[in-house]
Design a protein around this ligand. Sequence first.
Ligand SMILES: Nc1ncnc2c1ncn2[C@@H]1O[C@H](COP(=O)(O)OP(=O)(O)OP(=O)(O)O)[C@@H](O)[C@H]1O
Ligand SMILES: [Mg+2]
Length: 365
Amino acid sequence: MAKLELKSLNKTYNAKTIPVKDISLSVEDGEFLSLLGPSGCGKSTTLRLIAGLEPPTHGEVWIGDRDVSALKPGDRNIAMVFQSYALYPHMSVFDNMASALKLQKLSTEEIRRRVREAGDFLDLNADLLDRKPGQLSGGQRQRVALGRALVRDPDVFLLDEPLSNLDALLRESVRAQLKRIFERQQAPVVYVTHDQVEAMTLSTKVAVLDRGIVQQLDAPDRLYTKPANQFVAGFVGSPQMNLLNLRCTGRETSLGETRIPMPSGIDAPAIVLGIRPEALRLASPEAASERCAIFSGAISRVENLGMYRLIAIEIAAETPDSTPRELRATIESSVPALGEIVSLAVDLEALHWFDANSGQRLGKT
Ligand SMILES: Nc1ncnc2c1ncn2[C@@H]1O[C@H](COP(=O)(O)OP(=O)(O)OP(=O)(O)O)[C@@H](O)[C@H]1O
Ligand SMILES: [Mg+2]
């Protein structure tokens, strides 16, 4: 077992696109790293560079004390699971799982033992092992693709959106299975996803990517509680964080009628104030105190999301074109009617402050 290390990894296709820009990180034994980001941010490209399916423009990939940058994919001892499963349709499930082991010239007995063991673990019984991939459901095919990676006992696992072809219910159960499987594995895992729930539930750490650049590399809960910049704040968390561009005067800023004191250590002419919808609660207008701010406005939208309602209120604001600011909040109790004026309270401690120019987090980290 060995750690995976990326050293200033770069990939450029042409002057316009920069799929991967200067990525340096390491994944230790037993660690599960997710690459999380929107479509086109460079997740799959990064994975392909690690696997050796494409050469980097510059930078290095290390596994333990080996620089594998110049090695062919087959010589890196990396197992990769693709979104499309990439199973051989004419082979049985057993042969699909055994194919890489046959190339390694292991004995028939050893191959049988490993495939059976992985099959047991993944609930692929003898009947399923005899079938062709075309005779399996999507979830079963996904387990075969995983099994094919697991039997190899690789130095590093790479998985590219392995659950994205499954329906929501199945995705949840396979996700739980994945967690169980990789908790037992020692080899480093790099897992690509654009689904924040997958990244948050499976990973020991997450790299959030935007335009090929790592925006934050951190433990899952820190992405939520201490987003490093405005991009991460807007990308992690659902419903999305309210992000409000505000000017500052003296030691305070304001939204509509509400004045908000700036915490010590924060000093900028213009800021972006972040408020999570779940940090807001219905309150009476008089509830304002040193510790919380109150915003009032008419309800412009109500969406029933089952467990709670997502409401939006409109706050008359000093925007150049006088368009009101919208503040979204999740409310568990019954919700007043559309158009009604309500007040929402937020603890000042729960506010996130970002520099309006750089987008970087301000204040305590
Ligand atoms: N062979 C190529 N030639 C030119 N540009 C490419 C090539 N492969 C990828 N790109 C570009 O690089 C960027 C990153 O692509 P990549 O496939 O890594 O994104 P991704 O994060 O995996 O997205 P998705 O979530 O949609 O799978 C995209 O803008 C893509 O168009
Ligand atoms: Mg991709």
